[in-house]
Write a protein that binds this ligand. Sequence first.
Ligand SMILES: C[S@@+](CC[C@H](N)C(=O)[O-])C[C@H]1O[C@@H](n2cnc3c(N)ncnc32)[C@H](O)[C@@H]1O
Ligand SMILES: [Zn+2]
Length: 271
Amino acid sequence: MLVCPVCGSPLQKEERKYVCGNGHAFDMAKEGYVNLLLSNQKRSAEPGDPKESVRSRKEFLDAGYYESLAKGIARIVTEVLPEPSKILDAGVGTGYYLSYLTNARGHKDICHAIDIGKEECRVSAKKVKEAQIAVASVFRLPYSDSSFDLVMSVFTPYAPEEFLRVVKPGGYVLAVQPGKRHLYELKAAVYDCPYENEEKGYDLPGFTLVKTENVIDRIRLKDHDAIMALWNMTPYAHKTSRKDAAKLDELPYLDTTTDFYVSLYQKEASE
Ligand SMILES: C[S@@+](CC[C@H](N)C(=O)[O-])C[C@H]1O[C@@H](n2cnc3c(N)ncnc32)[C@H](O)[C@@H]1O
Ligand SMILES: [Zn+2]
């Protein structure tokens, strides 16, 4: 259940806003999401990624390059969760994985999502109409205790204490991080000595690791635009010299490995 970010009491949905018993009110945007990030919780004026990055990420994901992961998430969730379940995407980005999951599970779940970026919430609210979406931080989730059967955290900062609080006893956290060989060939096209990623999972007190799985695929980035769209989504884009990054300009296309390290954790049944 959504709670008021000011006083912590339950939020009730009215026509175009959410209100709490103490009179705090939060208008819904026309796309249907609600902004529950208080200004004193913001580290910058516009948290989240710039609009162009969100657009480019959306185009890349919607083109299906990471469909193997979307399928993998839907399969793993369905192995452990009956329908309907209550699911939170904690860092929803453009809504790609949540949308795939709700379609795969026949729209039977009750879905919530948050992201610290307003633009991300706007784009996701259009893509996953049935989800209740809020601008909020993973470090201060606007939900009451034991609200969810599963929280998914895909390439997003994670908050152990908040996850423990909002997941029901016996519920799950599904985490996705880059696997060892993720985008190895893309890195090899730029760096002389590319390294493999370290797979270390999340540190989640109160949860037990149920399983880990590498979801591996090969993708063809069909042209320079696709190569650059992916490159700009990676953390390498910010820490690579122009000279090294320019090596990508010479490639007509690129075949690369995608390797997603998926970990499933279960909260202990009784606290
Ligand atoms: C790499 S993107 C991943 C988005 C999405 N899960 C995906 O895989 O497409 C990281 C996301 O985390 C969000 N984010 C960063 N810090 C956050 C925080 N403290 N609370 C909530 N979201 C956050 C960003 O706005 C961004 O949408
Ligand atoms: Zn309130």
